[in-house]
Ligand binder design. Structure first.
Ligand code: GLC
Ligand code: CA
Length: 545
């Protein structure tokens, strides 16, 4: 049976407002996204993930929705979304969107109505006379809040919120909420989205004497959504945002009857950890601790996204280590994480940027690229909240980066100005013309990956290496076997690989790589993808599984 489309998809995450502005108001729009589809097709990504584009007071980047079935007028209309979907599909590109199921904006009419005394909508939110209920639920936005309860003088009660206090949590014990959310999902899938990312799914229900995460009631409701999608739609995908440990995340796949995809949150900081330590250990152990997932399910893997580099899924000691290493200035830290983009995190070092991408594109899971990382865009960590990683896409070297015809002061956020990362230094136009650019390298790697199905749906097996800096694994399917090796250390390394193989071709490599028999030599931060003799059954026999 053919694997479902998301199994070998390459996702590209982009906020509508950040990509391209066609009407000169300083804000990206759907018409702009549609205009730039040629670029995404040329780059070689296969699915676009749109951040929230709904009506919103924009106090949380649009994750604070005030009307679930609308488009924020400055981004366009529902018709513009339809055109964008049609144009994407015509090019063979899929599109998924964010839907925020856990909470609304406090400006949503439901909340405005619910807070009124005696309102029939009161039960759509979670209220309490005291701020003491559910004391075991952690606070997520630690920089701005110390409680999940906020007093509402109009309601005369406290309301529950896992995120900002302007984002009251919906009460999923109310059948009307269950139905409304189901209908919203139906609405956007009917319009033509290929899938939806359901935001913040661990927190749907609250129960006394629990931490309010991953509760059985939450899974029951999510399975109901999945059943609806399976019954009413073809070939769609639901993706869980659940920032949890692997054992808890796999519950969101159910028995293949809940989500199709879920992000692998704990893997991401460990890639940065391994690079900082020059040791593959932390990556290997999290992969060993990752349970198998049901057929047809798939991890989503990523290096960076629109949020802080979250350090929730590491130990306290590891967190401090990563903060010290990657966020030396306090302004670079946000909540339990780091608000920086990929290139500045890695000191703009091409070798390390390429190493992490070579892994992102070959580890088991569908890769999610973050807009601008393909050109090594920088950030502005002094901007509010996480805005510093959401600045305008840099198309050319002009002061507005070719993003907009507005004057620079009218852009929704300033273009990156930090030295080495301004549009003059980092932009698509220059990199398209430069054969040695990160952009053309990324495109080449995506092209290679597209031609090598083992890197998509293929089975995964770790390969032991004698040197702890070296990370090695194979991916294999009916067509081919690929050996991937990477050196996390900043010194050259020679290591034995505990594997019985004969390489037949080097698919891609950093300079300075050689493989003689089973001895690999890699330069500092070197890596390689080899095609090896096939079929690759010897390994399974030798390692006893
Ligand atoms: C998700 C989003 C994040 C948002 C939060 C609250 O974690 O990724 O950007 O702030 O939900 O809505
Ligand atoms: Ca615009």
């Amino acid at each position: 049976m053919k694997a479902p489309w998301y199994v070998d998809a390459v996702f590209y995450e982009v906020p509508v407002y950040a990509f391209f502005d066609t009407n000169g108001d300083g804000v990206g729009d759907f018409a702009g996204l549609t205009e730039r589809l040629d670029y995404l097709e040329w780059l070689g990504v296969t699915c676009i993930w749109l951040l929230p584009f709904y009506e919103s007071p924009l106090r949380d980047g649009g994750y604070d929705i005030s009307d679930f079935r609308s488009v924020l007028p400055r981004y366009g209309t529902v018709d513009d979304v339809r055109t964008f979907l049609d144009e994407s599909h015509r090019r063979g590109l899929r599109v998924i969107a964010d839907v925020i199921v856990n909470h609304t904006s406090d400006q949503h009419p439901w909340f405005q109505e619910a807070r009124l005394p005696g309102s029939p909508l009161r039960s759509r939110y979670v209220w309490s006379d005291t701020p003491d209920r559910f004391p075991d639920a952690r606070v997520i936005f630690t920089d701005t809040h110390d409680s999940n309860w906020t007093w509402d003088p109009v309601a005369g009660a406290y309301y529950w919120h896992r995120f900002f206090d302007h984002q009251p949590d919906l009460n999923f014990d109310d059948p009307a909420v269950q139905d409304e959310i189901e209908n919203i999902i139906r609405f956007w899938l009917t319009l033509g989205f290929d899938g939806l990312r359901l935001d913040a799914v661990p927190y749907l229900y609250e129960r006394d004497n629990t931490n309010g995460e991953n509760l059985p009631e939450t899974h029951t409701y999510l399975k109901r959504l999945r059943a609806m999608v399976d019954t009413e739609f073809d070939d769609r995908m639901l993706l869980a945002e659940a920032n949890q440990w692997p054992d808890d995340v796999v519950e969101y796949f159910g028995e293949g009857d809940e989500f199709h995809m879920a992000y692998h949150f704990p893997l991401m900081p460990r890639l940065f950890m391994a690079l900082a330590q020059g040791d593959a250990g932390s990556v290997i152990s999290i992969l060993e601790d990752t349970p198998d997932i049901p057929d047809g399910c798939r991890w989503g893997i990523f290096l960076r996204n629109h949020d802080e580099l979250t350090l929730e899924m590491v130990t306290g000691e590891e967190r401090q280590y990563l903060w010290d290493r990657y966020a030396p200035e306090p302004s670079m830290r946000k909540n339990v994480g780091i608000r920086r983009r990929l290139a500045p995190l890695l000191d703009g070092d091409r070798r390390r940027i390429e190493l992490l991408h070579a892994l992102l594109l070959s580890l088991p899971g569908s890769p999610f690229l973050y807009y601008g990382d393909e050109i090594g865009m920088g950030d502005e960590h002094l901007l509010e909240d996480r805005d510093g990683v959401r600045t305008p896409m840099q198309w050319d070297s002009s002061p507005t980066a070719g993003f907009s015809t507005a004057v620079p002061q009218d852009l929704y956020l300033p273009v990156v100005s930090s030295p080495g990362y301004s549009p003059a230094a980092v932009n698509v136009a220059a990199q398209r013309d430069n054969p040695g650019s990160l952009l053309l390298w990324t495109r080449k790697m995506l092209d290679l990956r597209a031609g090598m199905s083992a890197l998509g749906a293929g089975a995964f097996r770790l390969v032991p290496a004698s040197d702890s800096a070296v990370f090695a694994f194979v991916r294999s399917d009916a067509d081919a076997t690929v050996l991937v090796v990477a050196n996390f250390s900043d010194a050259p390394v020679t290591s034995d690989l505990d594997v019985d193989l004969a390489p037949t071709a080097t698919l891609a490599t950093a300079p300075g790589t050689s493989l003689e028999g089973t001895t690999i030599t890699l330069d500092a931060h070197g890596w390689a993808w080899f095609r090896v003799e096939h079929p690759f059954t010897v390994i399974a026999a030798r390692h006893g599984d």
